[in-house]
Design a protein around this ligand. Structure first.
Ligand SMILES: [Zn+2]
Length: 639
């Protein structure tokens, strides 16, 4: 106790010993130190190469231009349903689309490919004439699409019916296309937003995809769409219960509407075919790394059903180690059973001698607005607040958590995630659309990244939400969270580092596939940046002030120069003049550059007295022309 009290006293004394500030120089030096400490705390902010610096500064320039153009309706701060086109048409989006993102790490397999592309596949398929739409059925089942040779009552044929063209069906297939006014004006009502999302999962989903004539076209299209966005790897949750079928007119299959299931192995045939298909895709597209699957059950399952699904996941994990990465449970976390509810199932999933789980857990977790002690589940057998699932994620040693939003309310547990290197899968667009983070500038991931907890990005159900492009998530994060190239790079590398792949595959994927793509991006964007005529596109540069305005005579000082329109320095470089001495400078942003002023030379110090003031000028065109500052910088002998 005594020792603890002493250390507290020392800590407090240390802080106070540093104040008051004796000079602008001292203030500025300590500010730099604080920033350096904060960067070390985050852990990933390494120095950039000269080319990376140009790209970093150019990306920041594009961000700034986008900010100026959208400040009144800053896109990450408003609902995606109203601004998707603005995002997709922006220069920032188009540039980020080229960025090699590593993996899209949180997906649900039947909700990846854009519904527009999916309708194209379905309308062009040989089974199109058997496509039907649910019309005269209970409200929650309306607009479902499915293939039948002999449809049930209430379903209508799509082909040839002008009411069911692709254009007319499309808005009914996505949450954004069907969003009610109520949801739009209630951006934090997550329960209501889930109610609007839930029916979408079944409209153009597993029933259509399990048709063997659709399945592999679907798979190929989303793998291609990933590569088009420079995504080289995918991890998707999916159940292993969907069975592939083909349509068969034999009357034996009348009871299933003509579906003859060709998978008699409980989903394993489909698994094997997927593995083969993906291997073939990688051969044809060597820049692609691959795809792996996390087997999921449902939160609404009973304890015994959950155990059955876990056992199946363990079996498949060991049988298909190159494809099956782990286990999860899905569905709205606020409505489903808590993890504690399945405590006895989980307890059976550990090896008694090694203490390791029989299958790695990748658990959706903390996807809730509610505090620990309030819960919206109506399950009488399970009165446990959703946020309490965060304890189980830590206790069960989850490899990753899906969403993890609630961890910012549990800093102690969040620190455990950092300590255990449990990655947090962040899905910005999903979090906004489902009512958890209406203004993405305030997403908890800002905090996770800056405290050094491992963060990776995912798109959840991009097609069924209706936004389609994973680059949208990158746009939201880049624009809204103060991210720079180092952060983007970190997120991309993390996606592979914390994937379900074995370690040697991870290292090879980063070195042989991601790194070359990243180097190409740097070379291309540098070229683009250096072709921009900033001189013509911005107003004349001007300096408003410098800080600090003084520094020691004997040592160097880092001086920050504030002003406007410094963009020309992105490619041409920054130089500074203090008196007659030219010193190197660094570009920070269009409003901000820094200069490294060396101390005075010995012979200049001799006759200088207590201080010596000099003029300051900055060049943002590599030294061709200088802009003068209307004050002075003073070298002080006793600093
Ligand atoms: Zn999810």
């Amino acid at each position: 106790m005594f020792a603890l009290r002493m250390s507290l006293v020392i800590l407090v004394a240390d802080v106070w010993a540093k104040t008051p500030f004796m000079s602008e120089y001292e203030f500025s030096r300590r500010r730099d130190e604080l920033i350096r400490e904060e960067r070390e705390y985050a852990g990933h902010l390494r120095e950039l190469t000269a080319d990376e610096k140009i790209v970093d500064n150019y990306l920041e320039y594009l961000k700034w231009q986008e900010f100026i153009a959208t400040e009144d309706k800053f896109l990450p701060s408003v609902g995606l349903e109203g601004v998707l086109d603005d995002i997709v048409n922006s220069k920032v989006f188009k540039t980020l689309k080229k960025f090699p993102k590593g993996g899209n790490m949180h997906l649900h397999e039947n909700h990846i490919l854009s519904k527009k592309k999916m309708l194209d596949i379905v309308f062009a398929s040989e089974d199109f004439e058997h496509l039907h739409v649910a019309v005269d059925v209970p409200e929650s089942k309306k607009w479902r699409l499915d293939f039948f040779l002999n449809p049930p009552a209430g379903w209508e044929k799509v082909k040839g019916n002008p009411k069911y063209t692709k254009e007319k069906l499309l808005p009914h297939m996505t949450m954004m296309g069907s969003m009610t006014e109520f949801a739009k004006v209630n951006p934090t009502n997550s329960a209501r937003r889930w109610e609007e999302m839930d029916p979408m999962f079944s409209r153009l989903g597993s029933k259509v995809i399990a048709n063997v004539n659709i399945k592999f076209k679907y798979l190929e299209s989303y793998l291609k769409a990933a590569l088009e966005e420079n995504v080289q790897y995918l991890e998707a949750r999916s159940s292993i219960s969907s069975r592939l079928y083909t349509l068969d007119p034999d009357p034996k299959y009348n009871s299933t509407g003509g579906k003859r299931y060709i998978d008699e192995t409980g989903g394993e045939y489909e698994l094997q075919e997927n593995i083969k298909f993906i291997e073939g895709f990688v051969k044809k597209n060597p820049e692609f790394i691959g795809m792996r699957k996390i087997v999921n059950s449902y939160r609404g399952a009973s304890v015994s059903e959950m155990y059955g699904d876990m056992e199946k996941a363990v079996r498949l994990y060991h049988k298909y180690p190159s494809y099956i990465g782990g286990f999860d449970m899905v569905g709205e976390e606020d409505k489903g059973n808590s993890l504690l509810y399945f405590m006895n199932d989980f307890m059976k999933m550990y090896d008694n001698t090694t203490g390791k789980s029989l299958v790695p857990f990748y658990l959706h977790n903390g996807e809730t607005n509610w505090p620990d002690d309030l819960e919206s589940s109506t399950n009488k057998k399970d009165p446990v607040g959703t946020l309490q699932n965060t304890y189980e994620a830590v206790l069960l040693g989850a490899k990753r958590v899906g969403h993890g939003l609630g961890f910012f309310k549990h800093p102690y547990l969040l620190n455990k995630l950092k300590e255990h290197q449990t990655a947090i899968e962040i899905c910005p667009a999903s979090n906004q659309l489902l009512g958890y983070v209406p203004d993405l500038r305030n997403h908890p991931a800002n905090n996770f990244i800056r405290m050094g907890a491992p963060v990776i990005l995912g798109a959840d159900d991009p097609a069924t939400f209706g936004y389609d492009h994973f680059t949208v998530d990158w746009y939201e994060a880049f624009m809204g969270w103060g991210l720079r190239l180092q952060d983007l790079r970190h997120l991309a590398i993390n996606s592979l580092k914390y994937s379900t792949m074995p370690k040697e595959d991870i290292n090879a994927a980063i070195k042989d596939k991601w790194e070359p793509a990243y180097q190409r991006f740097i070379a291309d964007i540098k070229k683009e940046a250096c072709a921009v005529d900033f001189d013509a596109s911005t107003n004349a540069p001007a300096i408003s002030r410098i800080a600090p305005r003084e520094g020691p005579m004997k040592r160097s000082t880092k001086v920050y120069v504030f002003g406007r329109n410094f963009e020309e320095g992105i490619c041409k470089g920054v130089r500074c003049k203090f008196g007659n001495a030219v010193v190197p400078g660094s570009y920070i942003s269009g409003q901000h550059v820094s200069c490294n002023v060396s101390g005075l030379r010995r012979r200049n110090r001799k006759g200088a007295g207590k201080s010596k003031a000099v003029g300051v000028a900055v060049s943002v065109d590599g030294g061709a022309t200088y802009i003068s500052y209307d004050g002075q910088f003073t070298f002080v002998r006793n600093l």
